[in-house]
Design a protein. Structure first.
Length: 979
């Protein structure tokens, strides 16, 4: 059987697409389902997907699935979430993982294509090649071809209210009734061999999708739908019936058909679907149909009422500026010319010749008495169009170069709204020009309007005027009309006057004397563009408001009537996923003879709303908490648990969301944090809220949500948390402080007593200390005096030796005396440094060594030799017991260098190093580049007094000595530091 219908042709529908671009892991969708919380779930070839309107969450083998190719999803009456995978049986998904029941192990290697629940609570499983399984939580029963199934390849199971179960298979169908099977093979009445699913309409008819169209069972009779409007349906994988009774048919290559009881409507990829290969259909809680495709994700049909004609098959250009209807049908004025519109496609387009106009844009159309069209092109051109040709109509009127905004034809009368006033022509002659001088509000006239009683109105920027003959009555914005600019005037079917402004629209109520009695202003919330381009009324008087950003629908009976200024919401239809909404053109709306509403848009061509689909208020979306961050760290909020936070965890970022799938970005939020906010805060679109530096206490986040097509929902608690007090604000801390205070009082008294005793004892100590200090000072003076006297005595001895040396002629003896004198001067220098220091027992070896070396050099430096000294002596503290031996050692080493190292040489170098060394020691090194020392001296160690003295003194200070004979002589002595 073939049917005719309304094919979609190239018109597009208001469809939202969800694909891999929106986060789906794959484009092949096997099933769609909605859980009790409102989330949507998709089975894909790459795992299970949860969708909240914006974000997707993917679950795969990492979550326990046996493989990622999912087939069926089903939620039973006990809220168990069943899933099936290819060759992996069935599992129950819970939380974020899947579990497999041991009782169903027989299914573990099978591919389950469909899961359902019968009226008695049993779970049914259709399998690929293994028949049907029935599980009652205890026993697993199997039905196969041996039991009467037409085929073991079962696609779908449907449970009727009377208890019958219909089973679709590869070779027809069967009805299971009270443990018996009755087969219906294809040749008996089905249009196709394979039966994929069943759906029952409100009249009790059962629709079956088959491999050759659809079969409908009605009171024992099968009828077939194999083609619609000449298009063969072919494979139909799914058929469904929505809450409104509309039957939906999903085809495997030609998109979707829906049947409203009278007509079929066909849409496919050319009408906005993402694919023509449709696998599954699902109606959500809001009555919207979800379309699962076999190659390009999921589509959501947001509204069945809207049709968008933006293809060249329908409209010349993309902007429709005016819609006019006569006996021949609809005429459109566009940005490129005129279109004689055909809803079935192949519209006729007419471009204005270039010699007539500079700009081909058409702003207005009306009909002349001769049946030809009067066309207003942009600016000052009026043209007559006879269906084929355009001629210059304005030239015959002598209009001149004046900007025309609007035209109206009334028999022989022609009215022009211009920038210089309202012009009235009669039979081609200028009858009158109305300007500010005649009573218009101003000269720039936007619109000329004939009301339902035939009265003529002229609208200017600052008001509107009624023209009756030569008389004009004007009304300005000062009458109480909100806004700074007026756009148009119109009437609703009940003859009420309405004006559109740059901030909304207003209802004008006149009294019997035609004075304005009341003005009721209506404006949109700040989140929407308010400038009103047109108002169009449906058959019930409800209002379609066109703005620069989408369409708003207001039920007339719900408009406030008491206050003069009102903010209204209505239902908002943006007709696009981004921006503020589709921009509507000025005065570009029309209600045709059938009651359908037509809208002209700036970028989306012509838009139609089918009046049999009445816009209705939807239920408010469910608010959700997408994320909860504490000090930037994500928290796991599960259920209604109370989250406990430390006092420092008081900076919160919360991401709100709502399960509104049509336009998830266009949602209103009201929220308040109980414990902080006294009133509700409101956001639109933006869902992130921040709280910083919260005080300790218990808080609860309450959220209300409203979509662009719903009222406000009830407040919902999304998060509860307790910020603990810091320890210094807790009761135990206060108790501790009290105890501490009492203890402090006790301690204060105790300390006062101790202080008294201590003060008394301190005086005694001070007296004794003063006595000891006096004795110490006297001792220090005495020690300094001793060092001074020792130094002086050594100076006397040194002087005596020097005097004695003058009398001795023997050079060897004289040299011995000289060496002794140097040794005595060395010891004297030590004592001199000690009594000059504040510390009487330690000296800085650096200053002492440099003075000593300078004195030795001055004494022993010969005039016939140039011996250079290289000093690297660093600071180091030595006590007197170490300093005197070290000074004597240094004296012997330097003296030996001058006396023996450079025999026969005219020049040489002496290096002296003193520095801290490892092991808590100092290293003293004296090196020359002279003739070197004999091995005999090194080995025997005691061949001379100087060498003997060096070894003896080194041993005295418990040091180590090393003598090297390489390119001169090097003596290294490691000196322990004072302990």
């Amino acid at each position: 059987m073939a049917f005719t219908g309304n094919a979609g042709f190239a018109q597009t529908f208001d469809i939202k697409k969800i694909s891999t671009n929106e986060g789906l892991p794959a484009g092949q969708i096997g099933d769609v389902i909605q859980d009790s919380s409102g989330y949507m779930w998709f089975s894909t070839y790459e795992g299970l997907v949860r969708f909240d309107g914006i974000e997707t969450q993917n679950y795969t083998v990492e979550n326990g699935f046996r493989n990622n190719l999912l087939y069926d999803l089903f939620i039973d009456s006990r809220d168990r979430f069943w899933t099936s995978v290819e060759n992996g049986g069935v599992g129950i998904f819970d939380g974020d993982s899947v579990k497999y029941l041991p009782e169903l192990a027989a299914l573990d290697s099978l591919t389950v294509l469909h899961i359902s629940e019968s009226n008695d609570g049993r779970i049914w499983f259709s399998t690929y090649g293994q028949g049907v399984f029935i599980w009652d939580d205890q026993n697993l029963i199997r039905l196969t071809e041996q039991d009467g199934l037409p085929s073991n390849y079962s696609w779908n199971i449907y449970h009727k209210e009377n208890g019958d179960t219909w089973i679709g298979t590869w070779q027809g169908m069967a009805v299971f009734n009270r443990n018996s099977l009755k087969e219906t093979p294809p040749e008996v009445g089905l249009s196709g061999k394979s039966v994929y699913n069943f759906a029952e309409d409100k009249e009790g008819k059962v629709w079956s999708s088959t491999s050759n169209g659809v079969s409908v069972y009605d009171e024992g009779v099968w009828r077939h739908i194999e083609s619609v409007d000449g298009n063969d349906l072919g494979y139909v994988y799914f058929v469904s019936v929505d809450d409104a009774g509309t039957v939906w048919i999903a085809t495997a290559g030609d998109g979707i058909y829906w049947y409203d009881g009278e007509d079929f409507t066909h849409i496919n990829k050319s009408n906005g679907l993402s694919s023509n290969y449709i696998y599954y259909l699902f109606e959500d809680n809001e009555g919207q149909t979800w379309v699962a495709t076999d190659e390009n994700g999921v589509n959501v049909i947001r509204s069945e009422g809207f049709r968008i004609f933006d293809d060249s098959e329908f409209v010349l250009g993309e902007s429709v500026n005016v819609i006019f209807e006569n006996d021949e049908g609809l005429w459109l004025g566009t940005d490129l010319g005129i279109t004689k519109f055909n809803e079935q496609g192949n519209s006729q387009h007419f471009r204005i010749p270039e010699h007539l106009v500079d700009y081909k844009e058409v702003w207005d159309i009306d009909q002349l008495p001769n049946g030809n069209l009067l066309v207003q092109s942009s600016y000052s051109r009026l043209l007559e169009f006879d269906g084929k040709d355009f001629v210059d109509y304005g030239a015959s009127l002598g209009i001149g170069n004046v900007a025309i905004q609007d035209v109206k034809v009334d028999g022989d009368n022609l009215w022009l709204a211009t920038e210089t006033g309202l012009r009235h022509y009669k039979s081609g002659d200028l009858e009158n020009t109305f300007t500010i001088n005649e009573g218009l509000v101003d000269n720039f006239v936007w619109q000329v309007y004939f009301d339902l009683s035939g009265k003529i109105w002229a609208v200017t920027d600052q008001g509107f005027s009624k023209v009756e003959g030569d008389s004009i009555s004007s009304y300005t914005l000062d009458a109480g009309i909100q806004g700074t600019g007026m756009h148009f005037i119109t009437q609703s079917p009940d003859s009420t006057y309405w004006v559109g402004t740059n901030t909304g629209f207003a209802k004008i109520i006149f009294d019997e004397q035609e004075s304005i009695e009341a003005v009721l202003n209506y404006t949109l919330p700040e989140e929407f563009l308010k400038e009103t381009q047109f108002l169009e009324f449906d058959d019930e008087g409800n209002i379609w408001q066109g703005t620069s950003g989408g369409l708003h629908y207001h039920k007339r009976g719900e408009l406030p009537e008491k206050a003069s200024n009102n903010i209204i919401n209505g239902l908002f239809f943006p007709l696009e996923d981004f921006g503020k909404g589709v921009e509507m053109n000025y005065l570009s709306s029309y209600k045709d003879k059938t009651g359908d509403i037509w809208f002209g848009s700036y970028t989306h061509g012509l838009i139609k709303y089918d009046e049999k689909y009445k816009p209705e208020v939807k239920s408010a979306p469910k608010p959700i908490l997408r994320s909860f961050l504490v000090n930037g760290v994500e928290q796991d909020m599960k259920g209604e648990q109370l989250l406990t936070l430390e006092h420092s965890q008081n900076n919160l970022t919360l991401m709100l969301g709502a399960l509104f799938f049509e336009n998830p970005q266009r949602v209103f939020y009201k929220y308040r944090l109980q414990g902080l906010d006294e009133s509700w805060r409101t956001h639109y679109g933006t869902s992130q809220i921040n709280y910083t530096n919260l005080e300790p206490g218990e808080y609860q986040l309450e959220v209300q949500v409203k979509s662009i097509q719903s009222d406000w929902g009830e407040p919902v608690s999304l998060a509860s948390f307790n910020i603990q007090k810091p320890y210094w604000q807790t009761a135990w801390f206060y108790a501790l402080i009290t105890l501490s205070f009492l203890g402090l009082i006790y301690l204060s008294i105790r300390m006062m007593m101790i202080y008294y005793q201590k003060n008394k004892l301190g005086k005694m100590v001070d007296e004794r200390t003063a006595e000891l200090q006096l004795a110490l000072d006297e001792k220090e003076v005495l020690i300094k005096e001793i060092h001074h006297r020792v130094k002086n005595n050594m100076a006397v001895v040194s002087g005596l030796l020097e005097l004695q040396g003058y009398k001795i002629k023997d050079e060897e003896a004289k040299s011995a005396l000289e060496n002794s004198k140097l040794r005595i001067q060395t010891m004297s220098s030590i004592h001199e440094k000690l009594y000059q220091n504040e510390a009487l027992t330690n000296i800085d070896f650096k200053g002492f060594a440099e003075d000593l070396i300078e004195r030795i050099s001055a004494t022993l430096q010969g005039g016939d030799q140039e011996i250079k000294l290289h000093l690297d002596v660093r600071s180091g503290s030595l006590n007197v017991n170490t300093a005197i031996p070290c000074g004597l050692i240094l004296n012997e080493l330097i003296s030996n260098c001058y006396e023996h190292a450079f025999d026969g040489l005219t020049e040489g170098n002496i290096w002296v190093n003193f520095r801290p060394y490892v092991g808590n020691r100092y290293l003293m090194e004296v090196k020359d580049d002279g003739v070197g020392i004999s091995e005999e001296v090194i080995v025997k160690k005691r061949t001379s007094l100087g060498v003997t003295l060096i070894h003896s003194l080194t041993s005295q200070i418990k040091g180590d000595i090393e003598i090297l004979n390489d390119e001169g002589t090097t003596v290294i002595i490691k000196i322990p530091r004072d302990q």
